[in-house]
Design a protein around this ligand. Sequence first.
Ligand code: MLC
Ligand code: AMP
Length: 496
Amino acid sequence: MNSWQPHLPDATELSQVDLLAGGTLPSVWVSQWRKSPDKNVIHDPKQGWVNGETLLDHSETVARRLAQAGVLPGERVLLSASSSLELVVAHIAALRLGAVVIPTNGAYRAEEVAHVVSDARPKVAIVEQPEWREWIHTTDPNVILANPSVELDDGPFLSLDGAETDSPALIGYTSGTTGRPKGAVLTHGNLLSSVRGLEIAWRWTSSDTLILALPLFHMHGLGVGLHGSLTVGARAVLLPEFDADQVLDSIKKFEATMFFGVPTMYGRLLNSEKVSQLGDLRLCVSGSAPLSAEVHRKIYDAAGQHILERYGMTETAMLVSNPYVGERRPNSVGFPLPGVEVRIEGNPPEIQVKGPNVFKGYWERPEENVEAFDDGWFRTGDLGAIDSDGYLAITGRAKELIISGGFNVYPKEVEDVIMEHEAVRECAVVGVPDDDWGEAVLAFVVATRDIDTAELRNFVGDRLAHYKRPQHAHRVDSLPRNALGKVQKHRLIDSL
Ligand code: MLC
Ligand code: AMP
């Protein structure tokens, strides 16, 4: 399935489209800023609008500091902070230097941080949270620590922007189906081709202003929101936290044209009296988790906006999107984006993909890389069906994954922690439908005494990021197992 036509503006042939134009992310960005140095690019809540010239200057200063600290092209720089100009500058600087950024969720606790640090071996860690310094230092005392403004020693002039299309740009930690997350290595070409595809499909231009309230440590906020805005030369308004009224007020204040969010955000926007403000935008996009047909309809009723739902992954950036022109079908993610090929393979029917956006493999995981691909097609672990009009629907998941408010929770990771509780003998973690979060984490435990949800949340919350804490806990006498001893989670869910 590679019908890209629904995404192309009239009279555009795919042969006219060069998804790798410009070669790398920073070379495209830098040429935009040199061409229009006075144009505003990023709005930071503390510093206001920042133009291309400032981004050029600041990113060069930080790149020189990273080089002075010993970062060589291809080496890793861990980045973790709430959205701010400093974070954006540090990200641009690392990429201009040819380093590989590891964007990391600031909610991670000591063991999660230690895993990423020992697995990826960053040279420098730029982190906002004071307690992370000790966690990182204990894991690897060689890692150089800096705060988001990167107050390291200045370095001499150096030639920047030398990365190539195939050079790695980002390692995104994801899919810990077998325990701890593994790093998906994405090249400049993977990331650039994805935003170029969106530029065409969503008619994204330098006249756009995006309200960006998504965190900048995942594909949605970073790989789509920030990279897309910088690549097309548009503007992005950074909101470090999601607050429905603030998002809606910002639309007017900044004369914004676009908003991207996860379904939980749209659910919360509906609860605001100002929801009709969404009607002033030219495009509202939802992704990272399934958007219910009900929210899709209610947003249309309240604001006259047909939300455009799209589908992506850390390993592939963006894959499939509803059309900008034509029907944006609820419960469907639409057509493959330019350059992306999709096939449905096997039983159960898995979505498999190919394209310039698809990563080459997981960081230092040769065996898992063999399993991740089927004859050159990346196995998404999502189940799907294509209807007679060519729209793809995600019908389920082959992988064990819970998506809560757009954040991924791997049951095995939570189960491993719960099993460390002194009173727990067995446990099984599942996802259950939830009006706010889409799915909520529920733990079944076989225990020697009563353990209430609060106790389990605190126990897990000390060791794992807050969103992985069970929202519900049920004590059971035993876990149902099949003849091979595998826990039958569907029977537990049916018992609720
Ligand atoms: C926060 N909390 C969550 C949670 N987020 N619980 C479960 N799931 C979540 N996602 C909890 C906190 O621990 C806290 O609990 C309480 O909710 C309030 O915290 P908060 O910080 O005020 O949260 P809030 O602002 O309400 O966050 C909601 C949210 C956030 C929707 C804004 O979750 C969010 O930014 N989600 C976006 C995730 C994202 O960017 N995903 C993209 C992945 S990329 P307590 O007990 O302390 O009160 C990807 C690929 C693709 O998937 O296709 O895009
Ligand atoms: P991540 O590993 O965080 O990149 O999450 C990727 C996963 O999010 C995909 O494999 C899907 O399961 C899910 N996902 C992303 N977009 C959508 C969507 N529009 N509808 C349903 N699931 C989605």
